[in-house]
Design a protein around this ligand. Structure first.
Ligand code: HAM
Length: 411
């Protein structure tokens, strides 16, 4: 028997209905905040991701050559393609642009619970605002969207300015290496690395930074960390946090957030579900700049991606909003009458399933009990009288009536 590829999943109807219910809630909140849905191709040129993240990214992607020899990649995330599309198609539109998408993404990772090779991101991108209000909107929208799903989560908000300031006297390569260790929370190797480059003193500052409870504490720490230059973005960080605080959301200031993707420039934030194991990050985002790498003007952008599959795992069983289903049960001599009755039920908006197999009324009723809430039973007598027999499969009650009356009873 053939199996599906490693790291992919099949979704049966029950699961798809639950997924659609949660997608609908996320779309509704995004639209309510003015974010309109877009769609980009599933595959892009490899160059797009190499320009964004360097050659190393090729090892983490599904890459292929098409029959024309073009080097392509399945998208590992949504943001790069959205900004490529903005540069290609939408540069002239009035800013800010507010866009959202639900996209399947592909990463060549080691699969485990909550980590797949094909997964879905609900992404949001805001283009061209470059203000604390714009960044605050993105964080607050992410919070509202996660809330709407019912998932229990912790939101961490950070900013890269203090960390970059503390590390500003290191070489680019050392700063990247230190930030990668911080990202992995590998403090042992971090200490060793800093000792190895004669910068052991930075370790304490970094640990203190991660423990900062408010932005003033962080600014104070940066003023006294021994770096002579002034830290950029102080007022902007304060303004952003003031707006967030005014909205009374639950969050934790976390100036140790690094974010794995290296295109973030300032504000960064992450969300964690409280009932998942190692793969508990359900949201990641921040401010970034990519447009200039793809041939556009340097444009401020910010956004986030919700790990849709992880939200579903965290939620467990979801009750989708359901509407009643009717099974039309009939004897083969009245098939035409039954098809017409089904047509009437469907045009009234009722989900209707018609018997397709050559089986008796008893067997049809048994099947109906598994798939439907009501049975509409039709035999020669009903067909002659222009009626049907409506049976409520939960209570067992039944009555003979017209299809129009049945519609009234069901809805
Ligand atoms: P990211 O943190 O790499 O950010 O991915 C966003 C979310 O996708 C993660 O927080 C996680 O929940 C989910 N995710 C990532 N990899 C997997 C996987 N293998 N299986 C299941 N879920 C996964 C981004 O991709 C950025 N584009 C987010 C962004 C948008 N930043 C600005 N705008």
């Amino acid at each position: 028997m053939l199996q599906k590829p490693r790291g992919t999943r099949d979704f049966l109807p029950d699961e798809m209905e639950q997924r659609r219910e949660i997608e609908m809630r996320l779309r509704k909140v995004a639209r309510n905040w003015g974010y309109r849905e877009i769609c980009t191709p599933t595959f892009e040129t490899q160059e797009l991701y190499v320009l964004r993240s360097g050659e190393g990214i090729i090892n983490e992607m599904y890459t292929f050559e098409d029959k024309g020899g073009r080097k392509l990649a399945l998208r590992p995330e949504g943001t790069a393609a959205v900004i490529r599309m903005y540069v290609n198609e939408a540069k002239v539109l009035s800013k800010p642009l507010r866009w959202c998408y639900l996209s399947d993404c592909y990463r060549y990772e080691r699969p485990q619970k909550g980590r797949y090779r094909q997964f879905w991101q609900f992404g949001v991108e805001q283009i061209g605002a470059d203000t604390p209000a714009g960044e605050a909107e993105i964080i607050l929208l992410a919070y509202e969207m996660l809330k709407s799903t019912g998932v229990r989560f912790e939101l961490h908000i950070g900013h890269l300015a203090p960390m970059k300031h503390i590390l500003s006297e290191l070489s680019d390569a050392d700063r990247k290496a230190v930030m990668a260790l911080l990202d992995k929370k590998n403090f042992e190797d971090l200490k060793k690395y800093l000792e190895g480059i004669n910068a052991a003193g930075l370790y304490d500052s970094l640990i203190k930074l991660i423990e900062c409870k408010n932005i003033d504490e962080a600014i104070e720490l940066c003023n006294n960390c021994g770096v002579s230059s002034d830290m950029p973005d102080k007022d902007r960080m304060k303004e952003l946090i003031a707006i967030i605080d005014s909205q009374k959301i639950d969050y934790k200031l976390n100036l140790g957030i690094v974010r794995g993707l290296d295109y973030y420039t300032g504000m960064v934030f992450e969300g964690f579900a409280d009932n998942l194991g190692a793969e508990n990050q359900i949201l990641g985002g921040g401010s970034y700049r990519l447009a200039h790498l793809f041939g556009g003007d340097d444009t401020a952008t910010c956004g986030f991606g919700i790990g849709f599959d992880r939200v579903m795992v965290s939620l467990g069983e979801v009750k989708p909003a359901s509407s009643p289903t009717v099974a039309v049960v009939y004897t083969s001599d009245v098939a035409g009458y039954a098809f017409t009755a089904a047509k009437e039920l469907r045009s009234a908006g009722i989900n209707t399933e018609l018997n397709l197999l050559d089986r008796g009324i008893g067997a049809q009723m048994k099947y109906a009990a598994k798939t439907a809430d009501y049975a509409v039973v039709i035999g020669a007598r009903e067909a002659e009288a222009g009626t049907i027999t409506l049976k409520d499969l939960k209570s067992g009650e039944q009555k003979e009536c017209t299809v129009a009356d049945a519609v009234q009873s069901i809805l």
